[in-house]
Design a protein around this ligand. Structure first.
Ligand SMILES: [Mg+2]
Length: 243
């Protein structure tokens, strides 16, 4: 009898234990948030992916409200800065926007790639871009609309390639970016880095008499290198790094 009671207690404890365990979600390691901060601050450069143990952290960050709130802080600051400017009236003041993860979001694609935890795959990324369905990042759209009201002309400068001009144009238009001064895409055969390409294009803009009053991008390579613009804004993106 005593043996039977002991057996029953043991089984009950095991069942209770398994119920308790199945209800628990593994917490991401605490350093994931610190790594993200270091990535955004450009203290970590040239990284390929977040480690797999931070997959849940990145997914929660991108799909929860934190990503949007972080972006809104950047956008609100950019709008306040733009509103403080005394424009010349020449019509030559421009604002440079990157496209992917700045004007448009590839989050629907990234969701299937572990939000950057899986290594970059060019073929599937290009396929997503070609669909032309990337949604606008609403904060950036808000900045864009305010700049138009102020008389600052938008220029899109992207490492998307020239053969993606039509799909990029249509995608931007469909998402509410209704006009722009220029849409600058990378020549298909160009071998230089994204950063070198963007610096060269900004030089051409300045040489043509434009004043780059602001420049916003999700990569440091969007905003580093003279002429970078009178003021730069780093849009958050912990999913991938572009050299
Ligand atoms: Mg980008």
């Amino acid at each position: 009898m005593a043996t039977a009671r002991l057996l029953l207690l043991t089984v009950a404890a095991a069942v209770a234990g398994s119920c308790f365990c199945s209800g628990q979600e593994a917490k991401p390691p605490p350093y994931c948030g610190s790594v993200r901060t270091a990535v955004e601050a450009h203290n970590i450069i040239g990284w390929k992916t977040f480690t797999a143990d931070c997959a849940k952290y990145i997914a929660d960050y991108m799909t929860g409200d934190r990503y949007t709130r972080d972006a809104d802080v950047v956008i609100n600051e950019a709008i306040a800065y733009a509103e403080s400017l005394k424009l010349s009236g020449s019509g030559k003041e421009i604002w440079v926007f990157d496209v992917d993860e700045t004007a448009l979001s590839t989050l629907p694609y990234q969701a299937n790639r572990g939000y950057g935890v899986q290594p970059y795959d060019q073929a599937s990324f290009i396929q997503y871009v070609t669909e032309g369905s990337a949604p606008a990042l609403q904060g950036t759209l808000r900045l864009y609309q305010r700049l138009l009201q102020l008389g600052i002309k938008p220029v899109f400068l992207t490492d998307r390639t020239e053969d993606q001009r039509t799909v990029t144009t249509n995608n931007l238009l469909s998402q509410g970016y209704c006009s722009w001064e220029k849409l600058l895409l990378k020549p298909v055969e160009l071998q230089t880095s994204t950063q070198a390409f963007k610096i060269e294009e900004r030089k051409k803009l300045v040489d043509a008499g434009y004043v780059i009053v602001g420049n916003i991008g999700d990569q440091w390579t969007d905003i580093l290198g003279s002429p970078e613009g009178c003021r730069t804004f780093k849009y958050p993106n912990p999913m991938y790094y572009v050299a």
